[in-house]
Design a binder for this molecule. Structure first.
Ligand code: MG
Length: 301
């Protein structure tokens, strides 16, 4: 078996997590959540998205959140952008990194961005050139990389083809998203092996959802194929817009607890992170899905 000495985690709770929450969350609470996450040792935080406020009302205050952040040195604050307008807003807000997204399946791309994959790639090229001029690195997200809610299975060759296009546009990293949580360990292992063979020269990230309880197994399979960059969402914040009530992203504290138990460093203080997970639950006002958070529940007087 092949194990990394260390893995690198991107916390996506404040963006990917909160954007699925119905209850509006005030700017100061979002800022507090981001700051507490940064204090656990997490070094990469997807903080906001610059989508149209009508499309995602929860993220309408992205500028205010960025302006109110207490920046922790060494932490990269990331903003997701769907288009040029979003990229302009993100750059004006002082994000450290831009993430931009395309789906591997045409129907999901149409549902998510109201565009064909080709149109989205054209837009991404413009975003890339803006980011490059501003000296801001960007990461390309490929959604539905392991399966699509409309089209079912997605061919790995299609994902690899998109990844090459993003790399050639200047993405320093590419994240493969299991948007609906259908990936299984064998598929993940084979995809990661293929990615490293076909798309060298770019950092690979994996974004798993726990919809079917396979997220941590998929992390292990990806590690076996050599992956070291993973997304997590504190508490398992978030959900799946295509499966109401289903689990969201893999909980960051579950990922940290498993890795640390295996002797794989994460740089994250698990106890502090579990505390933040309970804080996140208070913010959203509903029971979160993470496992470790229950086992290590902070003792309250
Ligand atoms: Mg997600």
């Amino acid at each position: 078996m092949r194990w990394p000495e260390q893995i690198f985690i991107t916390e996506v709770g404040p963006r990917d997590g909160l954007q699925n929450e119905a209850l509006p969350i005030p700017v100061e609470d979002k800022v507090a959540l981001i700051h507490r996450l940064a204090q656990t040792g997490l070094r990469r935080i997807e903080a906001v998205s610059f989508v149209h406020p009508k499309a995602v009302p929860q993220m309408a205050d992205a500028e205010a959140v960025m302006a109110s952040l207490q920046r922790v040195p060494g932490v990269t604050y990331i903003g997701l952008v769907p288009n040029v307008k979003g990229a302009q807003r993100a750059l004006a807000s002082g994000v450290d990194e831009i993430a931009t997204v395309v789906s591997a399946s045409p129907s999901h791309n149409r549902a998510n961005l109201n565009a064909s994959i080709e149109e989205t790639l054209e837009e991404m090229a413009k975003v890339a050139s803006l980011a490059e001029k501003a000296g801001v690195p960007w990461c390309g997200y490929i959604s539905t990389a392991f399966g699509c809610p409309y089209e079912g299975p997605v061919e790995a060759s299609k994902v690899i083809q998109l990844a090459k296009a993003l790399r050639d546009m200047g993405a320093y990293a590419i994240s493969l998203g299991d948007t609906i949580g259908v990936a299984h360990p064998r598929q993940v292992y084979e995809m990661v092996c293929l990615f490293f063979k076909e798309v060298p020269g770019v950092e690979l990230r994996l974004h798993f959802h726990d919809t079917r309880g396979a997220a941590l197994a998929n992390v292990v399979a990806a590690m076996q194929a050599g992956a070291i960059h993973f997304d997590g969402s504190v508490g398992g914040l978030g959900g799946c817009p295509y499966a109401p009530g289903a689990s969201g992203n893999v909980a960051t504290e579950d990922l940290v607890a498993m890795a640390e138990a295996m002797g794989i460093a994460t740089g994250v203080d698990l106890k502090a992170l579990v505390d933040v997970s309970w804080f996140a639950q208070e913010l959203v006002g509903r029971e979160l899905d993470g496992k470790v958070r229950r086992a290590l529940r902070p003792q309250r007087a």
